[in-house]
Design a binder for this molecule. Structure first.
Ligand code: GNR
Ligand code: NI
Length: 173
């Protein structure tokens, strides 16, 4: 197990469409396990492969919260098969955009098909924070960030702030 470095926006790797996974190989299982460790360490409720520089269609999440037992999830090749008409607004954050939180509107529930860590296919409905998180992660696999839903002015202000943060980080290294 090892911690991966989380890429900060803006970065070309966060804008790429990720490649479908052919087969859940041992290397991809190791990647998923490292991503879970990195997500818990951050801490965050989700993490997508491009955030650690791997342009493949896989994300991990755990929306169980502190009061419940951990519920680590790994989704390969996730696809939305249904989205509710009802929308919900959630104040989103992103480990690639640290310290920024903004309201984003998305379908309140979605059904996703995906392959699990054992290579088994599933279709599952997510609602509430799990639906928000799963959609946020799926967006990462298509090169999309939550700031892409904000106004141009807000997005540019956030991007400028992140550029400054990255410069400061580079100086510390
Ligand atoms: O840790 C995270 N919290 C979060 C809060 C609201 C909506 C989405 C998220 S996902 C985020 C981790 C992350 O950046 N995943 O890509
Ligand atoms: Ni994110």
């Amino acid at each position: 197990m090892s911690l991966k470095k989380i890429i900060i926006h803006p970065d070309p790797r966060l804008k790429k469409i990720c490649k479908a996974v052919d087969e859940v190989s041992p290397a991809l299982r190791t990647l998923a396990s490292d991503m879970l460790e990195t997500m818990y360490d951050a801490p965050g409720i989700g993490l997508a492969a491009p955030q650690v520089g791997v342009l493949q269609r896989v994300f991990v999440m755990d929306v169980a919260g502190k009061e419940s037992a951990p519920d680590p999830r790994v989704l390969f090749n996730p696809r939305i098969t249904w989205a509710s008409q009802e929308l919900s607004v959630y104040e989103e954050g992103c480990l690639s955009i640290p310290g920024i939180f903004e309201d984003v509107t998305r379908p309140e529930s979605v059904r996703m098909v995906f392959t699990d860590i054992d290579g088994k296919h599933h279709e599952e409905e997510f609602e509430g924070v799990a639906a928000t998180c799963a959609q946020h992660e799926l967006d990462h696999l298509d090169g999309k960030l939550f700031v892409d839903y904000l106004s141009g002015i807000k997005r540019r202000m956030i991007t400028a702030k992140m550029k400054k943060l990255k410069k400061e980080q580079a100086r510390e290294e």
